[in-house]
Each structure stands twice: as structure tokens, then as C-alpha cells.
Design a protein around this ligand. Structure first.
Ligand SMILES: [Mn+2]
Length: 361
């Protein structure tokens, strides 16, 4: 993990900091290996300090690499404990400005830090560790591939259970159950199961609605394996697809195929988004593609880089991103197809194996 902490240190100069306080748990995990649900990592020019509470004593000693461990007792907040260690513990030495994760740190913690450090000592940063983690290492890719496999297998199993009369909530429960059964840590987000007119909701969490005949149903699901996420969407028809369902599906599929072809190393993320958007717009559904094309997948299921019309980031080998165009028509329904794509030196590799043609089940 030392090479990752050093990569963060190499960013200090351009950030104008001499230290960095990591508060996002997935970033802490990426930097020092800790998987618990409470902890802080302070990286200085020479050292790194990890702090957590008494529930995680043995876990921290087992997992945390390349950082000194401090344990505080329950009953105080981690912010209080951190400030108190800084005040009282002579082993913790640092000076200079501290980078903080502005999008993650809660206001209460920020206020506590301000009482201890002059305001000017705290430098608000955004997505520093997330950007260092964009290009995956071989072990990380192994975990992502496994997470994708588990989701593919779960989709295959759950597909057999979808019949008219089953509720969205039951399908969602089967997804969670099979993810775990097939070896996942847990779902990487609350599954989307949206049927009939509800499939027009891009983020329609499963409801009590029962699946009807000849309806579209969108399943958006993913899991974590060893801390790394998968994220996949398929839209199927329960019964027989009609002409309009077929037409919408074909447009979305075409947009996805072309966008995947465009997702090459060196290409700007906004240009990949534009490829899919142009196809959907030309077909007359530009206003019905209401979200960005995709996002990075790693320790965060919705991570860096973002693929939307504004993202200037260029794709690089080792990045894993989703490509997920969609068309949503109120009162009718919607279609989205999403795969996880690994950017390689030569181009890319689509990691998902689940079928992409319109399935009538
Ligand atoms: Mn997604």
C-alpha cells in the first residue's frame, strides 16, 4: 500500500498541502487496507496515522498497512478523538497545511478542526484519492472481474424467476440473495427493478407492483466482491415485445454498441457520451436520455471518471467505466442497457457476459 500513499504524497505540492486527511472510507481502504466502518487516515510528508475506535482494535492491527494505529475509546466522536490525539500525543508530528476531502467531511468535523487549526491551514480538495485510484492495478481488476461474474450469474438465475404475478420487491430480494450466495460481499447499491410504466423511472427502486404480461422490466444490479463493485443493467420483456418496445430497445442498443466502440484510450469522456447521445437524438429521443452515459467502477460503484457531456477526463488503460445509455418515456416505459468496460492499451474489453439482445422471457 506504500506506493499508493506515496502517490498521494506526490500530489501534495500541486495541491499546496503538506498533509492530507482522508475521511472517505473507501479511500482509506485503498490507501492502507482497512475495511471497517469507522476510521481516519492522516498522511503527512513522512508518516501516516490511522485512528479508529475500540471495536476495531484487532481488525486494524490485522489490516492496516504502512500507518501507525491509534485506538480511542467509545463515547466520543472520531473528530473529538482525532483532535485530542493531535493535542496530547507527541508521537504525532506534522506541520503545514492539511488537505481535506471537501465533498466527504461532515460540517461538524470541519468546525472542530477549525477550532484547532487556523482556517487557512485547511485546504478543501476534491476527489484527489479517487483520481489516483482510477487506473486499476491487476489485483483490483481481478476483484472487479469476479464481481461482474457474480452479477452475470445472478442475472441468469433471477431471469428464470420472472413471471407475470411476481412483484418487483421479490425480484429485488432474489438478486440480493443470489449475489451473496454466489460469493459477493453484498449488493453494491439498492437494486432497481422497474416494470411496465415504472420502467420510465431511471432509478425506480423495487416496489410492490406485480409484473404484468408483455411489459418492459428494467433490472439494474451490482455487487461488491472483496471491496470492488460491479454494475449492470438489462431491460427484458415479460412475454412478447410490441413494435414500440422493440424500436426503443434497438436505438438504445445501437447507442451502446457505438459508445463502447468509441471508448478507446486517449478519448475524452465527453466524446464517448456524445456518440451515444447523437444516435438517440437522431432517432428523436434526445430529451428522453436524461442522464450521463456512465461512470467509473471500483471501490465506489459510482466513481471516477464520469462519462457525461462535461467530462474532460481522457480514458486511460486500467480504467473501468460503465456505458449505459437509456430512453425513458413517461406513461410508456423505458430501456437501459449497461455494461462494465475495461479500457486496455489496445482498446477495451466488455466485462459482462449477459446477453444484450432483447430477451423475451
Ligand atoms: Mn451504473
Amino acid at each position: 500500500m506504500e506506493h499508493r500513499i506515496n502517490a498521494l504524497r506526490r500530489r501534495f505540492r500541486s495541491l499546496g498541502v503538506a498533509n492530507f486527511l482522508v475521511t472517505r472510507l473507501s479511500n482509506i481502504r485503498w490507501l492502507c487496507g482497512y475495511t471497517g466502518s469507522n476510521g481516519l487516515l492522516m498522511v503527512t510528508g513522512k508518516n501516516a496515522y490511522f485512528i479508529t475506535d475500540g471495536r476495531y482494535t484487532s481488525q486494524a492491527r490485522e489490516q492496516v498497512k504502512d500507518a501507525e494505529i491509534f485506538i480511542y475509546s467509545n463515547g466520543v466522536s472520531i473528530a473529538d478523538a482525532f483532535v485530542r490525539e493531535l493535542k496530547n500525543n507527541k508521537e504525532i508530528r506534522f506541520r503545514g497545511r492539511i488537505g481535506i476531502e471537501a465533498q466527504i467531511m461532515i460540517v461538524e468535523f470541519y468546525q472542530q478542526l477549525k477550532t484547532y487549526f487556523p482556517h487557512s491551514d485547511l485546504v478543501e480538495t476534491e476527489l484527489v484519492v479517487e483520481e489516483l485510484a482510477m487506473q486499476k492495478e491487476p489485483d483490483e481488476l481481478k476483484a472487479i472481474r469476479r464481481a461482474v461474474e457474480i452479477t452475470d450469474r445472478t442475472f441468469e438465475t433471477v431471469l428464470q424467476m420472472i413471471k407475470p404475478g411476481i412483484s418487483e420487491r421479490e425480484i429485488s430480494a432474489e438478486i440480493t440473495y443470489h449475489h451473496k450466495k454466489y460469493g459477493a460481499d453484498k449488493d453494491s447499491f439498492e437494486s432497481i427493478v422497474a416494470s411496465g410504466p415504472r420502467s420510465a423511472l431511471p432509478h425506480g427502486i423495487a416496489s410492490d407492483r406485480k409484473i404484468g404480461k408483455n411489459e418492459l422490466i428494467t433490472l439494474d444490479m451490482g455487487c461488491y466482491y472483496n471491496g470492488y463493485a460491479s454494475d449492470m443493467t438489462r431491460t427484458v420483456v415479460v412475454g412478447k415485445a410490441d413494435a414500440k418496445q422493440r424500436k426503443i430497445y434497438k436505438i438504445v442498443r445501437e447507442a451502446q454498441v457505438r459508445a463502447v466502440e468509441a471508448a478507446q484510450p486517449g478519448v475524452k469522456c465527453s466524446d464517448v457520451d456524445a456518440v451515444a447521445r447523437k444516435i438517440i437524438k437522431k432517432a428523436g429521443y434526445g430529451d428522453n436520455f436524461t442522464h450521463g452515459l456512465g461512470h467509473g467502477v471500483g471501490m465506489e460503484v459510482h466513481g471516477r471518471p464520469v462519462l457525461n457531456s462535461k467530462s474532460k477526463t481522457r480514458l486511460k488503460p486500467g480504467m473501468v467505466v460503465t456505458v449505459e445509455p437509456g430512453i425513458y418515456i413517461e406513461g410508456f416505459g423505458g430501456v437501459r442497457i449497461e455494461d462494465d468496460i475495461l479500457i486496455t492499451e489496445e482498446g477495451n474489453e466488455v466485462l459482462n457476459r449477459s446477453p444484450r439482445e432483447l430477451l423475451e422471457i
